[in-house]
Write a protein that binds this ligand. Sequence first.
Ligand SMILES: [Zn+2]
Length: 318
Amino acid sequence: MTSSAQSAALRAAAMEMAGRGWKVFPCRPGSKAALWHRQEHCRGGGVCADGHVTPESLATSDVERVAARWSDGVAYNIAVYPGPSGLFILDCDIPKAARPGQPPARGEHDPDGWTQLQALAGQRGGPLPDTFTLATPSGGRQLWFTAPPGTLLRGTVKHVATNIDSRGWGTYGLAPGCVLLNGAYELIDDTDPVELPGWLVQANVERASGAISGRPEKPVAAPDAYTARAVRAECDRVASEPPGRRNKVLSTAAYALGQLVGAEVLDREHARAELETAVAAWNTPASWAKDTGVIATSLAAGEGNPRRINRRGPGRAA
Ligand SMILES: [Zn+2]
């Protein structure tokens, strides 16, 4: 496809998404990255004058504004924000190998996410109805549902199963027609999204441990007693922090846990899930995006400065 044909196709796709009432925001051409600065790079100008504003809150379903935004001939990809759109997306991925030099990836040796989802439906006696479905460039598939009224579901990572992520408040999915270097997102079932079945609401919100009977946690995700206590202590500190110093306390806790991830005694996704659970008590949809950003940034920073672990003593390292 020529680049002008591609930008026209993406413009039409963005208008189609907005026409459905879904909130969209442009991404860099050929990329999943939203065309916006991250909170840690916010200079406080423009719409961020009173504090950083997220693309989730800027995303729009105003078809005219979308048409105008996609009118400069650039092939912007399209982020669809499930939270404000009343949607919820299950992302069933294929197992991914760990990057060289990194600890094993959770789910690396497990079935693909779609197989896991079907197995989970069988175990729980849940329906898995036909719904709006995309094939992703990596070979996975994404099932788009409407969020049940009254729910406020956040995105999760490897929580429903090791090869299933979900996209809710605080996260986004790419629209059908979006193009990455390794292929395009293709609509393979154009059924209008149906409501997320109750058993999947449950699977998304319940705590991971013991969530799925007969499927033990992978050892890499299960920290030893010392590490588990450290995780508990940091998360308790975060959860009990009154407003005011939350950002500082959260970034300190995430940095400390990142250091344990860097020392290879703690799984990154486990740390992230625990911290996200800890801040869930504070959250509003707007703060969720900010908090998850702080968690990701501080975890990564801590990971770059691994904690030296004294294996002999059970006591808290100084
Ligand atoms: Zn900003």
